[in-house]
Write a protein that binds this ligand. Sequence first.
Ligand SMILES: [Zn+2]
Ligand SMILES: [Zn+2]
Ligand SMILES: [Zn+2]
Ligand SMILES: [Zn+2]
Ligand SMILES: [Zn+2]
Ligand SMILES: [Zn+2]
Length: 434
Amino acid sequence: MNLSDILASQASLLKDASEALPHQFSQCTYNLGYIRQAVYLCKTCSHRRGICSACSIACHTDHEQLELFPKRRFRCDCPTSALAHPCALHRIGHGKEEENSLNEYGQNFDGVFCRCGREYDAEKEIETMIQCLACEDWYHESCLNLRERPSSRASSPDATEAAAVDDDAQSEASSSGLPPPLVAASAYDAFVCSACVLKIATLRRYAGTPGVLMVVRDTPEDAWKIIGRQADLDDVVDIGANPGKAETTAIGEKRPLGDSDQVPQQSKRSRADSVGTSNVVNDAANDEPPHPCLSPEPNILGQSVLSAAQAKRGEIATLGTGDVFLVGDWRKRWCRCKECLSSLQNHSYLLEEEETYEPPEDPDSNLSLEELGLRALQRLPREHTINSIHAFNQMRDQLMSHLRPFAEQDKEVTETDIRVFFEAKMAEKAEKKG
Ligand SMILES: [Zn+2]
Ligand SMILES: [Zn+2]
Ligand SMILES: [Zn+2]
Ligand SMILES: [Zn+2]
Ligand SMILES: [Zn+2]
Ligand SMILES: [Zn+2]
């Protein structure tokens, strides 16, 4: 085998790997520690444990898995002694890392979701589910009173038939014949379940006020209605002393989500200016003079629904669940007085958008993850995928350590330098054979 053969075989190896993996699912996220990332439950290996997306592909390919979607402060369990199955991506000698003591395993890690505690079955579930921003559990639309529970659920042959076709067809089928949800997905930016609202004082105070939607009703005989609508938000602006800014949006006009920040923010600013502080939106610096609470008047119906939910009286289900939907650029609307801020600061995602880890893009691949899809990936001939990943990893890691000194000395890497690497590899192979 000569050099050009090796280069060619490396090239085809690279091509195979990148075709199989448009993202670089070649590195377990274990070393990144506790981060927000897509987590997978491997039902074959263990419940109450979670693995990263790379491990879900490389280490547990032929196992039964369930994607739990992003979970914050989570470290991959695959390379730890919590899972007997070996990790193909993160290795330390013959052993395993210690168990992750800081991971939290909610009911999703038992394959159970929502406050109704139903199991998720991809083949049968026809309801849209919504993730709580705070606890990151998933809720059925019907459990949030956004629409009736589809009666054809699970038992119906229609549902089974729909599930047998691809995802698009399935979601079409699930929405056909159903009324649109009471609150459209495009009408809000984030959802927080009532259990979480009850734990966060500021969120509880805002529930049902403009921009913090709730689905409620006055009596069990009434229809469900929404409080905290955008129109109410615009009313607030009209009260503010900033008529020039409010004109851009008519009351009740539908705006794209990303656009809706302007109005409330300006409203908050103008109110703040009138009491003599100009820096409300920034983090409360310690030397800033204390300013009065600017949170809106609590919504009476919203508060009573939440009290009922907390007391767990029958009213929970009858007058509302106490869940809230946060509209538009809601992070900018919180009052930042000492009291409001301190309750938000324990939940930093309420103040700043948090980062969710994504596997790095492979620059050589023009496929996106969406185009290929994890499911498609798992349908690939498994042996081929796994072998490619292993070989590709090994080769890339070796090449990287060969090239590291260049990076450290800020030296340019030439073609010869790379050639040296492959020549050494060739010699290695020849030695093994001889
Ligand atoms: Zn992993
Ligand atoms: Zn597994
Ligand atoms: Zn692994
Ligand atoms: Zn449910
Ligand atoms: Zn929650
Ligand atoms: Zn306040």
